[in-house]
Ligand binder design. Sequence first.
Ligand SMILES: Nc1ncnc2c1ncn2[C@@H]1O[C@H](COP(=O)(O)OP(=O)(O)OP(=O)(O)O)[C@@H](O)[C@H]1O
Ligand SMILES: [Mg+2]
Length: 335
Amino acid sequence: MDLGRRAVRPPGLPSPPKPPEDAWVLMGERERSLAVAEAEFEEVPIAPRGVGRNDGQPGAAKPREPLTLPPMAPLTLGRARVVAVMNQKGGVGKTTTVINLAAALAQAGSRVLIVDLDAQGNCATGLGIRKADVERSTRDLLLQPEVAGACRYATSIENLHLVVGDRRLVGIEDVLVSELGRESRLAEGLEPLLPHYDLVLIDTPPNLGLLAVNAMCAADGVVIPVQTEYFALEGIAMLLRTVEQVRLRLNPRLGVDGVLMTMHAPTLLNNQIAGQLREHLGNAVVEPPIRRNIRLAEATSEGEPIHVHAPRSNGGQDHLRIAQALGRRWGLSKG
Ligand SMILES: Nc1ncnc2c1ncn2[C@@H]1O[C@H](COP(=O)(O)OP(=O)(O)OP(=O)(O)O)[C@@H](O)[C@H]1O
Ligand SMILES: [Mg+2]
């Protein structure tokens, strides 16, 4: 595609003289780099026009290519289903989803393990566990798979265990980079634990770095919480490209188990984006949208899942219905 070229020098600013060819070798390093910088300054390509506000749908940024979703991996009897809750965007409700989904399914009788891969360690806080008292964390699970069993802690919810993420995960990617099998360290650590659970939920950090790749290598599927806001579909498209690469190169089981609409408000924009998500992603979208509800934020700060803190709140009801819907997909509940 011809992007076109234009000089962006402000009017009135004189161009510096271009050095003649043979002057180049006589120039010092500094002059040469100034000349190169000047040439780059002159040659700024015009960005191709995308779709967005001007495509006739206000606020509705669309992905540029069709989204293709990999199928869900089949269920395996006697071995936990491993699900990574992912979105490279921060603050979309990943941790809130992990805590409340895990707690609701554990309360319904499933044996659930949460693995927190985020150094922010919000899963521990949200489940009322003091990180300072925790001896072994996700870091140990990744670096010493032989101590996997000892990295788990029981929570106040029956059937719900947690591997705590905390500050010790800062810098772990630099350590893993030089390790053998760096993408599959989590899968290796989890392997001996899988017969003891029905579901392992992995909370991931807001990026697509090596920890996120480890989550995808260990997982049967990803669940993608997404806010019904601008750029929702573009964010999902980017994540799906990474899922596809991991699927092709590292983990052929990896599928998409669901897309959750979070922090949903009854505005025109939120409803429009929800409509687009349903149109593009079909059955992958798990209903209902989770409404924006202050009780969910309150519950986290109290260290309680929403079904304990405020089960009848909008947030409590929506999360329960999401847990029931995903529980059915995963063969965990009949309700
Ligand atoms: N439906 C909701 N209504 C209102 N507040 C919510 C809702 N869901 C989550 N929150 C709040 O929004 C904030 C961000 O949520 P959360 O921590 O779950 O996002 P995250 O994707 O895990 O963030 P990060 O990328 O930083 O890990 C939290 O304060 C949480 O309590
Ligand atoms: Mg989080």
